[in-house]
Structures are given as C-alpha cells and as structure tokens.
Write a protein that binds this ligand. Structure first.
Ligand code: AMP
Length: 277
C-alpha cells in the first residue's frame, strides 16, 4: 500500500492513474479503524483503485476535549488498510489540509441541514465536514465516494456539497455495521467502560422499538417513551431520539416513511445511530 503525506506527491500519482483511466473509490475516515470502516473499503472493491484517508479534522469538532480525546491508532490502522487491499492511504498533517490556518473558511449553504439534529447540538460541525470534504474531494476527484449510513445527516450534507460544487462524484451510502448486540460500530466505542459498552446497545433496541410503534403511537408519546428507555438503560442525556423525513430531516408526518435518529451520552461518550422505517 502506498502512503502519501503530502498533497503534491498524491497529485503526481493521481495524474498517472488518470492517464491509465483507472476508476477511483475513496473512503474518508478519521482513523481508529474498525470493521465498519473496512466494509466501506470492501464496497470500493468494484473500483480499479481504492484510496483511504485518515485525518482527524479539527474544524468539525465543536468540543475541543472531544478532538483531544479522539482515539489515534495509526500503526494498526495502516496494517488493517494494507490487509484490506487499499491501494493508497492519504495521511496528511493539519497544515497540509489547512495551510492558511483553521479560521476564515468559506461557508457552505446547507439550508435546514445545518441546524437540525446533529447541527443543532454541534454548532459549526457540518461546516467543518464540508471544509475537509471539499479539500479531499477536490484533490482526489474520485468516481465513487463511500460513506456510512451510521452518519446519516453527514451523508445528506456531503450529497449537498457534491451538488453545490458540481463534483462528478457518486455518493455510495453503506449500511451500518453493528456488533452482535446491535451497537453500531464506532471509533468512540473504545472509550466506553465494559459496563457502558454493554448498556449502549439500548440505542439500537430503542430505535427498533420506535420503528415497531411508529404507526401506533403519536409522536410525543413515541419520543417520551424512547427517551425514558435510554435513561433507564444507563444513558444520562438524550440529545434527540425521534423520527424525521428521510429525504429532508423535516418533521415526521404520520403515515410517511421515516428515518429514526438518536444521539445520547453514556458515560463521557456521545453516541449516534439511526435506522430507516
Ligand atoms: P469516521 O472515521 O468516524 O469519520 O467514519 C468514517 C466513515 O466510516 C464515515 O463515512 C462513517 O459513516 C463510516 N462508518 C463509521 N462507523 C460505521 C459503521 N459502524 N458501519 C459502516 N460505516 C461506518
């Protein structure tokens, strides 16, 4: 597996791939890789080459502590990517991605996506996601981009970015890979104690309970019960746990299809998950 730390070296290599007419699959990550990430890489196997990036993007962390505590496991990540058959890893430093510093970035027009659900609890988060994705997509110009349904709203934001910038890139959304308990795999799971880890699967149980009761209970009863189930299981703060329109994230209308979205804290860790009805 090739490893590029600079944009310049990556671009020289990419030009050669372009001359050879290679199709490019791209899997952006923040590292601390698990099988969920590897499932995206697996999906990219239909492409001639797969490029993965590892970059813990400072501009998308609204909480500085979350950024500082973000797990870094670069040695084992490199082993996993090489074993998974990744063609090239892009592993830039912060200065490489943001040579002009972390302030004064362009703003992206994200409409209601910006301030709903994750956006309302993590101000500026999706602008940061767009900043880094704009940089990465402009450099790599993949044919196909692989992202996880686990970050449902992020997929919608990146789709919006692709349209805004008129990138010729297909976004492929890959289903969430889960542990046997139903807990969605996440880099943040390593920060859970054994007890918290066992309790955390309540998110998936609760989302499935909501799905089963979506057409039986009114929205307020559904949400109140779901929140209580999470608190009873050991979560101490529920940011949101409710249905929304899967295409726009606007308010759920009874009878429609829905995405059921949840974000909640267990111990010091904030977990997010979703399922479609
Ligand atoms: P991250 O490193 O957390 O930024 O995630 C990188 C990519 O992996 C994003 O597109 C995530 O949505 C995706 N991802 C994270 N967890 C999972 C999972 N459990 N199953 C599938 N994809 C995932």
């Amino acid at each position: 597996m090739l490893i590029f730390k600079t944009i310049r070296n990556l671009e020289v290599w990419l030009e050669k791939q372009d001359e050879l007419d290679k199709t490019i699959g791209f899997v952006p990550t923040m590292g601390a890789l698990h099988d969920g990430h590897l499932s995206l890489i697996n999906a990219s196997k239909t492409q001639d080459i797969t490029i993965c990036s590892i970059f813990v993007n400072p501009t998308q962390f609204n909480d500085p502590q979350d950024y500082l505590k973000y797990p870094v496991t670069i040695e084992s990540d490199i082993e996993k990517l090489a074993a998974a058959g990744v063609t090239a890893l892009f592993l830039p430093e912060v200065e490489e991605i943001y040579p002009d510093g972390l302030n004064d970035h362009p703003m992206y027009e994200l409409g209601t996506l910006e301030n709903s659900f994750e956006g309302s609890f993590r101000p500026g988060h999706f602008q940061g996601v767009c900043q880094v994705m704009d940089r990465l997509l402009s450099i790599i110009q993949p044919d196909n981009l692989y992202m996880g349904q686990k970050d449902y709203q992020q997929c919608m934001v990146v789709q919006q970015l692709i349209q805004l910038k008129q990138f010729e890139i297909q976004l492929q959304i890959i289903p969430t890979l889960r542990e046997e308990s139903g807990l969605a795999m996440s880099s943040r799971n390593v920060r859970l104690t054994a007890e918290e880890h066992a309790a955390a699967s309540a998110i998936y149980t609760t989302l499935n309970w909501m799905k089963a009761n979506l057409r039986l209970l009114d929205a307020t009863t559904l949400e109140t019960n779901a929140r209580q189930q999470l608190l009873d299981a050991g979560f101490y703060q529920v940011d949101y746990c409710q249905p929304a329109n899967p295409a726009t994230l606007s308010a759920y209308r009874p009878g429609d299809n829905a995405v059921l979205l949840c974000a909640a804290f267990i111990g010091k860790v904030r977990l997010i998950d979703n399922i479609l009805s």
